[in-house]
Design a protein around this ligand. Structure first.
Ligand code: NAD
Length: 422
């Protein structure tokens, strides 16, 4: 029988029924079906409401980073990630600046931007001013969209209009600047942009197509800084190695991509653990890193007047405590409780500190022993499991791989075979 991806009524089925249909399509065995159907700490009915066509859930380890002191307060950091060494990196960076006060952070505001694209505007320069003239009407329309947000001190803040030259001709782009308080705000500002579109067409005489937020949330910049004392990090050579690594990333997009990937190892893990939108934060971070026209480092490292290592980070951080999965996912709620945050501002600031911590540890490892040494113990366990090791065998095979200095699946298979034969 030929397989078909046309499964009538799939979206109307219950998760278990969908799973059965997928199992039949893919030839999944009973064990795989059982595991997929076990939704762990996320209720299947809730999962089914969060996204479409649910068949199960994907569990990712949740670790907690220790040693973090942020704005004078000790914080435990829940991190959801499948990658080894990410949690340890934050613990290590936090420990090495803990005695020196840890991290100091700030946020530029909880403000998002929605864009409205108008095309075929005959007089874009004058139309731009006609839009700005309507500020009061725009404010009233935006705030009427979300009285809850307004009652919480948020809502419309400003309107901007840009004449944009494009390959498809001149466009007039209106920006709604909206304070979304403790929400990430995508739905909030998208509704406002959609509501305003007919008025924009009237004022400009053009045609509106897109009405959507910008993930380049550069009115919502989270900042963190820390000073690592030279003596606490292994001396001047280590300090200078870290600074040289930063200079490399600042000058070279090939290196900056990997440098920032490391930053996002820490950031995305906390964003995910708190039920926030990892792609929104990642898109904002990378767009911000490229804002000069050349993709560069999200962090900076310098020598202080006392000869210590000063690190800093600044990037858009559109995260919330309400909206999306943040309020609905019970694990996200527990993670927010572990963090002790009661505002989106505090969450954003903590996440920036985690990004800086992650980057410090990665650069330190790269500039000294190399990244593989720290990775090896956990990586060897993963390889041992891939080779088929079970229970106690995992540790024993991993230890043999590390001792032998070659961590490879074929070596793990042969170590495992010897172990089982002995
Ligand atoms: P939402 O609309 O579910 O919740 C926000 C609303 O909650 C506010 O508009 C307000 O009315 C209310 N609210 C209650 N208490 C509040 C408080 N203390 N502070 C602020 N508002 C409060 O969620 P959202 O944040 O507007 O949207 C987030 C979701 O949108 C995420 O799931 C994201 O994945 C998704 N999304 C993202 C994009 C993108 O990034 N490009 C696009 C579309 C949707």
């Amino acid at each position: 029988m030929t397989k078909t991806s046309r499964i009538p009524g799939f979206h109307r089925m219950a998760p278990r029924e969908r799973l059965a249909a997928v199992a039949a399509f893919a030839g999944l065995d009973a064990d795989a079906v059982e595991r997929l159907g076990d939704t762990g700490n996320l209720d299947a009915a809730l999962a089914d409401r969060l996204i479409e066509n649910v068949i199960g859930t994907m569990n990712i380890p949740l670790g907690v980073a220790t040693n973090m002191r942020i704005d004078g307060e000790d914080v435990l950091i829940p991190m959801a990630t499948e990658e080894s060494s990410v949690v340890a990196a934050v613990c290590n960076a936090g420990r090495q600046c803990y005695e020196n006060g840890g991290f100091a952070t700030s946020l530029s505001g909880t403000v998002m931007i929605a864009q409205i694209q108008a095309v075929n505007v005959a007089d874009p320069q004058a139309a731009r001013l006609r839009i700005l003239d309507q500020r009061a009407a725009i404010q009233a329309a935006c705030d009427a969209c979300d009285p809850v947000l307004v009652s919480l001190g948020g809502g419309f803040r400003d309107v901007e209009a840009r004449v944009l030259e494009t390959a498809g001709g001149v466009m007039l782009i209106t920006h709604l600047i909206v304070d979304t308080r403790d929400a990430m705000g995508a739905n909030a500002v998208n509704s406002m942009a959609e509501k305003l579109a007919p008025s924009i067409e009237r004022w400009t005489g053009g045609r509106v197509y897109l009405r959507i937020l910008s993930n380049l949330a550069d009115r919502r910049l989270a900042r963190a800084r820390a000073v690592w004392r030279c003596a606490d990090i292994g001396g001047v050579a280590v300090r200078d190695g870290i600074i040289s690594a930063y200079h490399f990333a600042a000058a070279d997009p090939y290196r900056a991509a990997t440098h920032n990937k490391g930053v996002m190892n820490g950031i995305s893990a906390v964003v995910l653990a708190t039920g926030n939108d990892t792609r929104a934060v990642e898109a904002g971070a990378h767009a911000y890193a490229a804002r000069s026209g050349s993709y560069s480092s999200l962090t900076r490292f310098e020598v202080t007047a006392d000869g210590d290592l000063s690190g800093s980070i600044e990037l858009p951080m559109a995260v919330g405590l309400v909206g999306g999965a943040t309020r609905l996912h019970p694990t996200a709620q527990s993670c927010l409780k572990i963090l002790g945050v009661t505002s989106a501002e505090r969450l954003a600031r903590i996440i920036a500190a985690v990004g800086l911590a992650q980057n410090f540890s990665a650069l330190k490892a790269l500039a000294t022993t190399g990244i593989q040494k720290g990775h090896m113990a956990l990586h060897a366990q993963n390889i041992a499991m891939m080779a088929g090791a079970l229970g106690d065998e995992i540790e024993r095979v991993a230890a043999a791989l590390v001792a032998g200095g070659v961590v490879r699946i074929d070596v793990a298979q042969s170590v495992l075979a010897d172990l089982r034969n002995s």
